[in-house]
Design a protein around this ligand. Structure first.
Ligand SMILES: *Cc1c(COP(=O)(O)O)cnc(C)c1O
Length: 393
C-alpha cells in the first residue's frame, strides 16, 4: 500500500479486491439458498463500483428518489448493456407527492411505512406494475445500548406494529410483500429471534405474500458471522410460506474494504499522555459515525492507549472540542507529516460527510485489483461554496 504515501490527504481509498471478497461471500449465500441480496446504497454509494456490485448481487435498494436514480443510472443501465437485470427497491418513511412519479420510473419494488402511505400511493404503484411491500415493526429489540439504531424502540416511527396492521387489513390484497429492518451490525442469532417475532405477529398473512425482505444490519462478511444459521432462516421462510427472501445489507457489502488516509499536521504536548496529534481529517466531518454511534475506528499499526510506547489523542482541525477520533498508541513517536491509515472507512463515511468549518471533503480514490490507485474525485472551494447559497459565478 505504498501509494498511500503519495495520495492527496485526506482521502478515502476503497479497495476493489476487498469489495469483491465480500461480494463473493454474499453471492455464495444467494447460490446456496436462492435468496436475493441487494446493496443498501445509503451505507455505500461509490457508484464507480456499481457495475461490479451488480455483477454479483441482484440490485440495490434506495432510501429515496436520488438513490433510486443512482441505482438506475449507475447499476441497472451498465448491466442492461451486458444483458443482465438489476432490481431497484425503495423504502422511505414517507414519500413526497412530487417525487413519486419519478420513483415510479426508477423503482420496481416500493415499500411503504404505513397504511396511510399505501392508501395514498398504492393504487398508482400497482397500476404501474410495481411490487408493493409494507414495512412492519415486530417490536422485538435485539440490540442493547444503541437506541438510535433500534427501529423497535418504543415510539418508533419505522414500520407498522401488529396493532396498526390489524386496523386496515382490507388493504392487504394490495401487498406483495412484507419488509422488516431491525438489526444493526448483528449476527444471525438475532435475526432468528426477530423472525420468530415476525412470524408470531404477522405469520398468518405470510402465505398470501410473494416475498419477505429481512432488511439490513446483517454483519454477514464479518469474521465469525454464523452464515449457516442465516441460511436456515432463509430456508425456513422459503419452505414454510413459499416466499422469495430478500436481504439488503449495506455494511456487509463494503465492510473492511476502505481506508481513510490522513496526515499529522501538528503535535501538542499534554500532561495525560505522550501528546495530541491534530490531523487533516475530522471525526465530525469525515467519519461522523465515530461520534454518532460512537465507535473507535481501527488504525493501522497502532494499539490501545498504553499498549505501545507512545500514546496520542488524535483529533481534527475543527472548532469542536469533541472532534476527537480516539486515543491510540504507537511504537514510535509521531512526527509532523506522518501519514495514518484508518481502516473500515468505506461504509457510512463518504455518504455522511460534510463541510462543517469549511473543511475540505476527502478525495475519493479507487484501489484497483491490480494494485493501482486511481483518484476518482478531488474536492475544492467550489464544492464547499455551492451548497451554501446563490449560483452567482
Ligand atoms: C440502513 C438500512 C439498511 C442497511 O443496513 P446496514 O446496517 O448497512 O446493513 C437496509 N435497509 C433499511 C431499510 C435500512 O434502513
Amino acid at each position: 500500500m505504498n501509494h498511500l504515501f503519495t495520495l492527496p490527504t485526506p482521502c478515502y481509498v476503497v479497495d476493489e479486491g476487498l469489495i469483491e471478497k465480500n461480494l463473493i461471500i454474499l453471492r455464495g449465500i444467494m447460490e446456496r439458498t436462492g435468496a436475493r441480496i441487494l446493496l443498501a446504497q445509503k451505507a455505500f454509494s461509490m457508484y464507480d463500483l456499481y457495475p461490479l456490485i451488480g455483477e454479483y448481487l441482484c440490485g440495490a435498494t434506495a432510501s429515496g428518489l436520488h438513490e433510486a436514480r443512482l441505482c438506475a443510472e449507475e447499476m441497472a443501465a451498465p448491466l442492461a448493456l451486458r444483458g443482465k437485470s438489476c432490481e431497484n427497491h425503495i423504502f422511505s418513511p414517507a414519500y413526497r407527492e412530487e417525487d413519486f412519479r419519478e420513483i415510479l420510473k426508477y423503482s420496481d419494488h416500493i415499500v411503504f411505512n404505513s397504511w396511510t402511505q399505501v392508501k395514498k400511493f398504492g393504487e398508482r404503484a400497482k397500476a404501474a406494475g410495481k411490487s408493493i411491500g409494507l414495512r412492519v415493526n415486530p417490536e422485538c429489540s435485539t440490540q442493547e445500548g444503541h437506541a438510535i439504531y433500534d427501529p423497535c424502540a418504543p415510539g418508533s416511527r419505522l414500520g407498522v406494529t401488529k396493532k396498526s396492521f390489524l386496523r386496515e387489513t382490507e388493504l392487504l390484497p394490495l401487498l406483495d410483500g412484507l419488509h422488516f429492518h431491525t438489526l444493526c451490525e448483528q449476527d444471525s442469532d438475532d435475526l432468528e429471534r426477530t423472525l420468530d417475532a415476525v412470524e408470531e405477529k404477522f405469520g398468518e398473512y405470510l402465505p398470501g405474500m410473494k416475498w419477505i425482505n429481512f432488511g439490513g444490519g446483517h454483519h454477514i462478511t464479518r469474521e465469525g458471522y454464523d452464515i449457516p444459521r442465516l441460511e436456515r432462516c432463509i430456508g425456513k421462510m422459503q419452505e414454510k410460506y413459499g416466499l422469495t427472501v430478500y436481504l439488503e445489507p449495506g455494511e456487509a457489502v463494503a465492510l473492511n474494504a476502505g481506508f481513510l488516509v490522513t496526515e499529522v499536521l501538528e503535535l501538542q504536548e499534554t500532561d495525560i499522555m505522550t501528546g495530541i496529534a491534530i490531523l487533516d481529517t475530522s471525526a465530525a466531518c469525515h467519519m461522523p459515525d465515530v461520534l454518532e454511534m460512537p465507535y473507535r475506528p481501527p488504525l493501522r499499526d497502532s494499539g490501545l492507549p498504553g499498549e505501545k510506547a507512545y500514546t496520542y489523542r488524535l483529533g481534527g482541525p475543527t472548532c469542536l472540542a469533541g472532534d476527537v477520533i480516539g486515543d491510540y498508541s504507537f511504537d514510535h513517536p509521531l512526527t509532523e507529516g506522518d501519514r495514518l491509515v484508518f481502516e473500515d472507512m468505506a461504509i457510512y463515511s463518504m455518504v455522511k460527510n460534510n463541510t462543517f468549518n469549511g473543511m475540505p471533503l476527502p478525495a475519493v480514490v479507487l484501489r484497483e485489483k491490480n494494485g493501482a490507485c486511481r483518484i476518482l474525485r478531488q474536492f475544492g472551494y467550489e464544492d464547499f461554496r455551492q451548497r451554501l447559497g446563490s449560483s452567482r459565478p
